[in-house]
Design a protein around this ligand. Sequence first.
Ligand SMILES: *Cc1c(COP(=O)(O)O)cnc(C)c1O
Length: 401
Amino acid sequence: MQVTRSTFNDVMVPNYNPAQMVPVRGEGSRVWDQEGVEYIDFAGGIAVNVLGHCHPELVNALQEQGSKLWHLSNVFTNEPAIRLAKKLCDATFADKVYFCNSGAEANEAALKLARRYAIDHHGAEKDQIIAFTQGFHGRTFFTVTVGGQPAYSDGFGPKPGGIDHCEYNNLEMLEEMMSERTCAIMMEPMQGEGGIISPDPAFVKGVRELCDKHNALLIFDEVQTGLGRMGHLYAYMGVNVTPDILTTAKSLGGGFPIGAMLTTDAIASSLKPGTHGSTYGGNPLACAVAERVLDIVNTPEILADVLKKEALYRDILQKINAKYDVFSEVRGKGMLLGCALNEKYAGRARDFMTAAAEQKLMCLVAGMNVIRFAPSLVIPDEDIIEGLARFEKAIASVVAA
Ligand SMILES: *Cc1c(COP(=O)(O)O)cnc(C)c1O
């Protein structure tokens, strides 16, 4: 059956408006569309394809597990899930892991756990969840309400309650909002969708101290920052603040859907049998692929390379900006970078993304003012150089228009 981009409009719910070309194949950081046109991929499936497209070792892990055992549900456990959980615990602060299928589900589990833990240990009045404006935590009704963009949660009827929002990087405001009623703080250790916004180191430390003071749990949403993207296996390791609960997804599966929530023994004990679950959570295919992703990414060589590649990006972007003067700054860390547009081009991030696609470069935006790159951690230097040459042409075309 022949399908095209216009078939999409005929048969898909109109909540997305994808690019006009339809990709059919990928290898490393290159992608080909239905017409055989080749693209360079700086989007990485929105910070998912951490080892590029069709990494031979991931293909291998999928094929190997695919001829053994696909699915069992949570009525039976399986070896890949147990191995992956063990490796995640060994590599992080965590003692226990809960598997699910996406970032939103991992956050949903984290929020439910925080509420249940508070009820178990402090009583039902301790129900306040504080998150941050411009934060993003997924699209289930609980997580999207915790997220800091009301536009995403408005228009669906009554929202889950007990949720308040504070300005990111505003410790004073947070201090005023918190009390013994505060159950948990949920934050991204760098805001991704919100515009690639880094926290001040003192802010992160202060949040931890306030959580300790008020017996509130600190939840780090590392769905976008995790799995080496910022040069550490998880971003919390770079800011030297340990959360009580951490959520991870996106890069964890390298393109195969999986999410996980990590926590300590003491907190995990509140998720007693029957309190929460997922049919596909801990699926053997997903866990076999994620185990291989973790094995490959969590090495000093790959993690150090992420920072070298960041330096290459920054070096070339600076030269481009010296020529065209379009960015106010290049921000972010590792393979999660944002080019913030200056006054003159304010609100036009999408125009640059569209112009990039015309030059055969896939990239992302983060809000209206930031062009975002979230490429593979192992993108070859040649692809960075060639991709940024295409990006420069895209910029030239927007500037000239
Ligand atoms: C993408 C993202 C999510 C949602 O993940 P899904 O897999 O789309 O549900 C949650 N939190 C952050 C920080 C994200 O970037």
